[in-house]
Design a protein around this ligand. Structure first.
Ligand SMILES: Cc1ncc(COP(=O)(O)O)c(C=O)c1O
Length: 370
């Protein structure tokens, strides 16, 4: 259809993970473990739920564009409100960044198989989207630096990265940053920051602020608020001032904003979630490795396994699904031979490893990755 630009026509629509209900119905199951979208298996922060209830009486009023949350975050991180933005998830802010800063001739540079949400947003702008292969499942920052050209406008880095779960260090980032001209904007996506922050090798970007870097964070992961759509970003006031011109004026919604503010105070929930996740990453990694599978060491709330080929990954995915374990096949990211598994409750994780064992016992994923 001539109305549709070719770069939109060639996009594939986003496929959301299977819902628990649809899997239950299709396979006649009672118990389903949804380990496909890096959500918090403990549910939402209880403080956030309570705060959402308090917003109901004022749902007839338009929200204030995230100002309350921006003020809270500015106090917490010792910044000016002008350095903070809030949006409908970090993807909402990514979308504003794409619309604010990219011109037709600009290029976007990132790693191969980057976070699918960013891939879709960048490609839908119709600009050139360039990638560099991973170096042993880590960002190859020296190669990225060497691919910067006159037209590079945005570099996207996720730390920890989705789907590999790997991180880069401050020294690696600093060396890379020396090669990045000021006219290039770096998006530093820290959606999984809370899971990695206690690792001494992990650089919390709030401790190294640069004028052309925007840090993005979210309440969708550790705070259990993926359904509320609330995220935030930090950057130089000039960047935020321009983003605020483009951002939808009424995002985030009032319930989402109230939930985010309350969740920030819920230290008990945060600690409980971190402890569960650490157990889960260890359990899943060890369980899969015992079966001879390759698992990429993860600093986030998921692990990625590398299978011999795409056909085997597809077989394993279907076989796990039929046993009530929903994982994420990574073909849409660009890694058809890989599968990502989010950590669940202890019971979910046990169910998952048991289901993988059954796959191998049934000879479905028979050829081990050596
Ligand atoms: C790296 C990364 N960034 C951003 C997001 C999306 O976050 P939000 O729900 O805040 O839009 C995700 C979600 O999976 C992610 O993995």
């Amino acid at each position: 259809m001539p109305l549709v630009p070719p770069y939109i026509e060639s996009l594939r629509p986003y496929e959301a993970g299977r819902t628990i209900e649809s899997v239950r119905k299709k396979y006649g199951l009672i118990r389903v473990a949804k380990l496909a979208s890096n959500e918090n298996p403990l549910g939402p922060s209880p403080k956030a739920i309570e705060a959402i209830h308090h917003t109901f009486d004022e749902l007839h009023l338009y929200p204030n564009g995230g100002l309350d949350l921006r003020e809270v975050l500015a106090r917490q991180f010792d910044l000016k409100v002008d350095n903070v933005i809030a949006g409908s998830g970090s993807e909402g802010i990514m979308s504003s960044i794409i619309r604010t800063f990219l011109c037709d001739e600009d290029e976007v540079l990132t790693t191969e198989a980057a976070f699918i949400g960013f891939q879709v947003l960048a490609r839908s702008r119709g600009v050139k989207y360039r990638t560099v292969p991973y170096d042993q499942w880590h960002y190859d920052l020296p190669a990225l630096a060497s691919h910067i050209n006159q037209n590079t406008k945005i570099i996207y880095l996720a730390n920890p990265n989705n789907p590999t779960g790997t991180i880069f260090t401050k020294a690696q980032f600093d060396e890379f940053y020396r090669h990045v001209p000021e006219r290039v904007l770096i998006i530093l996506d820290e959606a999984y920051f809370e899971y990695a922050k206690d690792n001494p090798r992990y650089p919390d970007s709030m401790h190294y602020r640069y004028d052309n870097v925007i840090t993005l964070r979210t309440f969708s992961k550790i705070y259990g608020l993926a359904g509320a759509r609330i995220g935030y970003g930090f950057a130089h006031e000039e960047l935020i001032r321009n983003l605020l011109k483009v951002k939808l004026p009424f995002e985030p919604s009032s319930p989402a904003q109230a939930a985010g503010i309350a969740a920030l105070q819920d230290r008990e929930f945060l600690h409980r979630s971190l402890a569960l996740n650490a157990r889960g990453v260890r359990y899943l990694t060890e369980g899969l490795e015992e079966m001879g599978l390759t698992v990429v060491p993860s600093e986030a709330n998921f692990v990625m396994t590398v299978l011999p080929d795409g056909a085997e990954a597809a077989r394993v995915y279907e076989r796990l699904l039929s046993q009530g374990v929903v994982v994420r096949p990574l073909a849409a990211f660009g890694l058809p031979h890989c599968i990502r598994i989010s950590t669940g409750t202890d019971e979910d994780n046990r169910l998952c490893i048991e289901a993988w064992r059954n796959c191998y016992a049934a000879n479905v994923g028979a050829s081990k990755s050596s």
